[in-house]
Design a protein around this ligand. Sequence first.
Ligand SMILES: Cc1ncc(COP(=O)(O)O)c(C=O)c1O
Length: 449
Amino acid sequence: MLRSVSKTLKFKSFRVGVSKFSTSSIFRTQAIPDASETTATGQFVKTVSKPYTVTTYSRPNLVLTHGKGSYIYDLENRKYIDFYAGIAVTSLGHSNPEITNIINDQSTKLLHCSNLFYNLPAGELANNLVNKTKSFDGMSEASRVFLCNSGTEANEAALKFARKYGKSIDEEKYEIITFENSFHGRSMGALSVTPNPKYQAPFAPLIPGVKVANTNDIESVKKLINKDKTCAVIIEPIQGEGGVNVVSTEFLQQLRDLCNENDVILIYDEIQCGLGRTGKLWAHSDLPASAHPDIVTMAKALGNGFPIGATMVSEKVESVLRVGDHGTTYGGNPLGSRIGNYVVETIAQPEFLEEVNKKSQRFIKGLQKIADTYPDKIVDIKGKGLLLGLQFDATADIGEIVSKCRQRGLLIITAGNNVIRIVPALNIPDETIDEGLKILSESIGEVCT
Ligand SMILES: Cc1ncc(COP(=O)(O)O)c(C=O)c1O
């Protein structure tokens, strides 16, 4: 039954693609509305996907089918510039040929073997992460890695490891400090340190002992931290979902000092801002070693779309861990680990990171031009590297701007508090940056004037 539906849809999409939407250039002088109910897309969404998928997402009528580099295509054969990279994931672009080769080759060797035995790629990835981190100015105490399958899982492991550390000192040392506007994931532990009432309220009660401070406000942390009770502080050096908010170097140093004074594990969640996104291997690579964390969590870019996460810890954390404390069936599987190795090897190169910085400058220049054109609506350009945000004032309808961009051939996303977020592939070509910014500017013009 399903097979026959998809056969029909394929035929329909082919006709639509050829007759109506094939474009040599992305830039569409006129916005093309999202696919209607009578199209292959509309039919697929209405009859195949939506009625059988749980209601946790709101999505436009858009079915993505394939991508190449920084371009992505839908079922109607429309082509889009990709400024969101699957939410900061496909950092080396879609259909990266080297990753395709790895997937093909590894699939003929060993996809999975569980953690009951060693496998080559997982060991190499752990080794590579620690050594590349140290040689690229990251976490000076990096020592060991736990491999898992997502950002949420990486944070879950970090929280458990920190609790284990605290409880190794005193049973009551289990409290965790997190920050307003942070995002750490949706499982019960990660959600408990994600203080957004919209996400938390339906699932309360959450895990006990979580306190919420304000970033860049060390006094707010001092009020909550307690040597006898606090085991961990978790923070994104740049908040992604929360609105592309860069945390100050001074604050992170003060936080580290406070953690030292109180024997508290400091966790940097670099799931969105890490692995080259800021133009350094880690967002915290900009900080002096004296402000480095005890744990770094990562995911997203590490698999370029293959689900993988990792929790990198210091020897201090490792020293409290025992066999059986934590585990996962899929974490550290040979396929994901081999992809992760390729990603780390590619990103951890000075020339690659230099290019990210150049592309960032190009974006910032373009965004500044847009901000100057709409000074009443755009109040700030935020972020670092290729994690950038356009802060709009409260009157701007950024949802509408995103829709207009999509209809003109640009996929772009938002972040907390009326921000348009830009997180493209780290190797996005310069001309694609320019073309995408042109669409963004036109779309803002359409909505804001
Ligand atoms: C900073 C940060 N932490 C954690 C997560 C959760 O990661 P995942 O969706 O892979 O579970 C995200 C996802 O957006 C994130 O941006």
